[in-house]
Design a protein around this ligand. Sequence first.
Ligand SMILES: Cc1cc2nc3c(=O)[nH]c(=O)nc-3n(C[C@H](O)[C@H](O)[C@H](O)COP(=O)(O)OP(=O)(O)OC[C@H]3O[C@@H](n4cnc5c(N)ncnc54)[C@H](O)[C@@H]3O)c2cc1C
Length: 347
Amino acid sequence: MEILGTKELMEQVRDKGLCVSCGACVEICPYHKSYKGKIALVFDCDMTPCQCYAYCPQTETDRDLLSRTMFGTMDKGEALGQYRSIIAAKAGSKIKSNRFQNGGTVSALFTHALDSGLIDAAVLTGQNDDLPEPMLIENACDVASCATTKYMATPTLAAVHKAIRDGRKNLGVAGTACQVKALATIKANPLGKAEQENSIGLSLGLFCTWSLDTRKFSAFLAGETGGEKIVSMDVPPPPAETFKIKTENEEREFPLKEIRKMIPRGCACCPDMTAEWADVSVGAYEGKPGWNTLIIRSEKGEQWVEEAIADDYLVRDEFPRSRLEHLTLGADNKRKKAEEFLTKEKK
Ligand SMILES: Cc1cc2nc3c(=O)[nH]c(=O)nc-3n(C[C@H](O)[C@H](O)[C@H](O)COP(=O)(O)OP(=O)(O)OC[C@H]3O[C@@H](n4cnc5c(N)ncnc54)[C@H](O)[C@@H]3O)c2cc1C
């Protein structure tokens, strides 16, 4: 697959409103800048091939390259992506915090990875003035500060590039489907950049149906909460059709149809509900509050989870067949919707 440049990135992605602000094109050159959830080209660039085009999750995907890089095999095209096993999981007794989005599996896995030296540092997404902010975490005790889901597009990959530029190796990264796809491409290193070698140690993908436009949603939050600090937000499972926002003083529910109006256009062409290009993927466990669904995909991911369970960072339970069918159906639906969107887009 041909790797093109910034001009083509603009034509194929940004000018069509398909950018998801993941940050994969930021901090690798002086031209692309991220500011409060939007990414803009500040100077023209006619070079080719370019890293920005190569890593963007919205340009054409070389599925076999990603599959070989992450799993050592050719792509199998399955709805849930490749995996070794799926379990229910939640934070174990070694984790002292209890403020998580669901079961705290993400926080538990990164706490373990830093404590045990599996990774040298982690790039996670925290919060600053109610805006999501990527953070470089070096100490296990700081992982909990990034817990809970910020339903907003975040330039997490910009922080990954910056860390790599600063000479970091063996990073652990948590991100949504688009972000871990970009991460797998960085790991594949299609342009043979010396600094990318061994830069990514472990990747954790978050299930994702959609994210929200950061500017629109933060303006909405400011209007509705009067600037009160947001403690958490959540999309309760169907048939609720609501979006919950908890501030320090109150909990409010909004109709999901109002919130969906703030989904960026780029999310519509994402076929991936379970973040298939990661070492492990984590989502909510519908019907079992306080637990996560954990998909173990790569050999490295399997070792990570096994060690975290053995060292009491993580607790596991069975994931029944009925849940697997439900999860597959959801993933398949997202894929079909994305195909329909792309077919319309090409007409
Ligand atoms: C935009 C978005 C949409 C999601 N949609 C779904 C869904 O449809 N179905 C589902 O089952 N799960 C979804 N998830 C995942 C779910 O909300 C939880 O993150 C997941 O179940 C892990 O729970 P936990 O208790 O282990 O997480 P915690 O231990 O609380 O850790 C959460 C981690 O998420 C990361 N994070 C938070 N916000 C962002 C962000 N904006 N971008 C990147 N990383 C972030 C942080 O680094 C943090 O470490 C979504 C997550 C995001 C970010």
